[in-house]
Write a protein that binds this ligand. Structure first.
Ligand SMILES: CC(C)(COP(=O)(O)OP(=O)(O)OC[C@H]1O[C@@H](n2cnc3c(N)ncnc32)[C@H](O)[C@@H]1OP(=O)(O)O)[C@@H](O)C(=O)NCCC(=O)NCCS
Length: 310
């Protein structure tokens, strides 16, 4: 077999390591930097960094990145738990933006995992330019850019539903995962669901039939979804309704039900029925559903509720 690399006549084995010495990393980065400079002519790379420490020297917040060739990149922004919610992250980011502007940057880029702070960046005027799936498994990462020279147009809060659309076949697994996260908010069913993972399945068939609707925010993030059964006579059954835990109690469920109602009415239905999770009865009551009976499910008896469409 041909060796992967030859150096001075000797084959050089490739061994991937899970640790790298700081000096080795610096050497590697310097080589790449030299190549980048040669390729672009931009020699102005500088760190863009601010660390906040308390009087003991303990790190309590910090931001770190760089500016180079007219753009800035934030690689780390962290605020200790005790300081969160006080505007420290915002101040650090705004200070970094101001410094980047001073250095002539017209753009700043950064990434955030969906479980970190995508809403925070959207609120501060960052525009979503891309997402990557399963980074890490089951989670998306959002990639943002903000133009620093232009007048900053604040983006809407991404927790707000931007639109409700048909589900796509390629998002069946993502919807299944959303359903698991959402279902897990009810503590009393968690163990049973974990013991019966087959109780939740990706809604392939319903998606193909056009019976799944997805609520998304301004960044395209899925906030929740609904599934209906095929309409029978004048009745439409809401089969599934799930909202992402961090977006609950913000009107997402209501909008998804409104969407089901509008579509059911347009298709000639007079009622929307649901077998309600007992914990969600209050929610359906707020939306005008009435208790009509009981159904037995694999997790016990559950109330049947109906909304008459006027
Ligand atoms: C139940 C669920 C769909 C509600 O969606 P949501 O986006 O959190 O609810 P909304 O913000 O639209 O709430 C609309 C109204 O119902 C109320 N409400 C929401 N959840 C409620 C609950 N569990 N109990 C009582 N009232 C509730 C809200 O306070 C709001 O009241 P308002 O009219 O005074 O503003 C969501 O919590 C969820 O996905 N839960 C886990 C999965 C589940 O149980 N799905 C239902 C299967 S039948």
């Amino acid at each position: 077999m041909k060796p992967p690399l030859r150096h001075g006549g000797e084959s050089v084995p490739i061994r991937i390591s899970d640790a790298v010495a700081a000096d080795d990393r610096t050497e590697l980065e310097d080589r790449l930097h030299a190549f980048n400079v040669e390729s672009t002519g931009f020699r102005d790379a500088r760190d863009l960094s601010c660390l906040l420490r308390d009087p003991d020297g303990t790190l309590v917040a910090g931001i770190d990145g760089f500016t180079w060739g007219g753009y800035a990149q934030i690689e780390v922004l962290w605020v200790s738990e005790g300081l969160r919610g006080n505007g420290v992250g915002r101040k650090l980011l705004e200070a970094a933006e101001a410094e980047a502007r001073k250095r002539g940057c017209t753009s700043i880029v950064l990434s955030s995992h969906e479980f970190q702070a995508p809403r925070f960046y959207a609120k501060l005027g960052y525009r979503l330019v891309g997402t990557t799936e399963d980074t890490p498994a089951g989670h998306r990462a959002f990639h943002f850019q903000k133009h620093l020279a232009a007048t900053e147009q604040l983006q809407p809060d991404v927790a707000v539903v931007e639109s409700i659309r048909d589900a796509r076949p390629d998002e069946a697994l993502a919807l299944e995962r959303l359903q698991r996260r959402s279902s897990d908010v009810w503590e009393e069913y968690r163990a049973e669901l974990a013991a019966n993972p087959d109780a939740i399945e990706p809604p392939h068939r319903a998606i193909t039939d056009g019976r799944v609707r997805v609520a998304v925010d301004a960044c395209g993030r899925r906030l929740g979804f609904s599934v209906v059964l095929p309409i029978r006579g004048d009745r439409c059954e809401l089969d599934d309704l799930f909202v992402e835990p961090d977006s609950m109690r913000r009107g997402v469920g209501r909008l998804l039900v409104d969407d089901v109602v509008t579509r059911a009415a347009a298709a000639g239905a007079s009622y929307v029925d649901v077998i309600a999770n007992p914990n969600a009865v209050g929610f359906y009551e707020r939306l005008g559903f009435e208790h009509t009976g009981w159904s037995s499910t694999r997790f016990g008896d559950a109330p049947r509720m109906s909304l008459e469409l006027t």
